[in-house]
Ligand binder design. Structure first.
Ligand code: ADP
Ligand code: MG
Length: 450
């Protein structure tokens, strides 16, 4: 039996014993990549799936393998296909597999926080972002001397982070001796808090003052953080006077950021302010075409037109749509037709509330974490229950837009403040916890896939 046949046999048996949603979630893109003596190595597409396979299905998998081949005594799980010839490690822009999953290949630099996937080369320019793009490009070619600070603002998912990171990457490429640092405002705030607590304010200051290009993303999150604003004000002045470049982004213009110290606001307004609007139809089509090429998928014109017509206000969602279609194409080995596309994308295009219900969220989350629905409704403070319960509340709020009192009631008569706290907690965690991101996206796949 080849490794592939062996794995297919295992899968066939497992499929009989678990729900099809779970099967698709945990066993898609898994395979045996080697079998030597008594050990079989199984690869999983990501670390979360790997752990889940090990912990939840490890015993069953070993048992089945052992029954098929008495020699097999151990199963090892790895992420990806290391060890195979695929070990080519090209840092290129090939989104060869199911889109998003490949993003993990891009390594974020620990020092600069730059992600090489965001470049000017793969940034599509149209009338809606022409000005910020031109300003960003100019800044990257002559940091500190053209527009300082450069302040870019615009709605969610419209390319602010991409543009900011592209500046950083371009500077790092063109002038490797320059110290670049990209930092989300919330991370900066957390740094200030830690520095104060550990009495390390001086070394914190010093760290930021040695930077040549400081990029602070989403400064609207500085609202109300007085201590952080003060710290940033001094850093800003220090760098500015030394002709170091400062780049900022926000979801709104400086004057619309509440609780921002006046002196900081006027600094933010002192350079170039450029806003990113909404992409027009032609640019949406151009973005879709560029990104399908990157993902090596070919979609018919009517499909592209359907996506561009229905997703208008968010480039991240355009990408999300493509990722979904690209995953379909990989699994089915053919491009989806318009009817299939409509059903694959219905939760991006229709409002989620039309597809999922609170009941379904409870079911799916309970199932996903191997709990009973009643555990989620109970007052238990056990860690393995608290987190899934918070996720239910998060999804009820985020995807179904339910009110906090409703959410509290739905979860066994809890107070609305518990619902608020849970929602905010998950939002915070999502920013730093990659596993949680993955879990929630897997849960959403189950929720919205039918
Ligand atoms: P924001 O920071 O404004 O919320 P992002 O920069 O994270 O948005 O952009 C969301 C996604 O859309 C990213 O994957 C980004 O690469 C992509 N994107 C945004 N604008 C463009 C563009 N003009 N060309 C290509 N991709 C884009
Ligand atoms: Mg952003």
């Amino acid at each position: 039996m080849t490794n592939e046949e062996l794995w297919q046999t295992v899968l066939a048996q497992i499929q009989l014993n678990i729900s099809s949603a779970n099967f698709a979630t945990w066993f898609k893109n898994t395979e045996i990549i080697s079998k030597e003596n008594y050990q079989v190595v199984v690869s999983a597409p990501n670390s979360f799936t790997k752990e889940w396979l090990e912990q939840k299905y490890g015993k069953a998998i070993l048992k089945i393998l052992h029954s098929l081949d008495g020699e097999i005594k151990e199963v090892k799980y790895i992420v990806g296909k290391v060890g195979l010839k695929v070990f080519k490690k090209t840092p290129s822009l090939s989104f060869s597999d199911a889109g998003q999953l490949e993003f993990q290949e891009f390594k974020v630099d620990k020092e600069t926080n730059l992600n090489p996937r965001y470049t000017f080369e793969n940034f599509v320019v149209g009338p809606f972002n022409e000005l910020p793009h031109a300003a960003a490009w100019a800044v990257s070619k002559n940091p500190g001397f053209v527009y300082n600070p450069l302040f870019i603002y615009g709605g969610v998912g419209l390319g602010k982070t991409h543009l900011l990171q592209a500046i950083g990457n371009e500077v790092a490429k063109g002038s490797p001796q320059k110290k670049v640092k990209y930092i989300p405002s919330e991370k900066f705030t957390a740094g200030v808090v830690t520095a104060i607590r550990n009495r390390e304010v001086e070394s914190f200051k010093a760290k930021y003052r040695s930077i040549d290009v400081l990029i602070l993303d989403d400064v609207q999150f500085l609202a109300g953080k007085e201590k952080t604003q003060e710290e940033f004000f001094h850093t800003f002045n220090y760098l500015y006077e030394k002709n170091k470049q400062i780049v900022l982004s926000s979801d709104r213009p400086p004057k619309a950021i509440p609780a921002l110290a006046e002196r900081l606001r006027s600094r933010f307004e002192g350079g170039m302010i450029a806003d990113i609007g909404y992409p027009d139809y032609e640019t949406r089509m151009a973005i879709l075409k560029t990104k399908s090429r990157e993902r090596k998928i070919e979609l018919p014109e009517d499909v592209l037109n359907y996506i561009a017509t229905n997703i208008q206000r968010n480039i991240r969602e355009l990408e999300g749509a493509l990722n979904r279609l690209s995953a379909y194409q990989k699994l089915q080995n053919q491009a989806p037709n318009l009817e299939i596309v409509k059903s694959l994308l219905k939760n991006l295009i229709l409002s989620p509330a039309k597809i999922a219900t609170p009941k379904k969220i409870l079911q799916v989350v309970a199932d996903f974490y191997d709990l009973e629905e009643k555990d989620l409704l109970s007052p238990s403070r056990k860690k393995e229950i608290v987190r899934p319960r918070q996720i239910v509340m998060y999804l009820l709020r985020e995807d179904l837009k339910r009110s906090y009192p409703f959410i509290g009631r739905k979860l066994g008569g809890k107070d609305h403040t518990t619902a608020i706290h849970s929602y905010e907690k998950i939002i915070k965690e999502l920013e730093k916890d990659e596993n949680l991101n993955e879990e929630i996206s897997l849960i959403r796949q189950q929720l919205f896939s039918g």
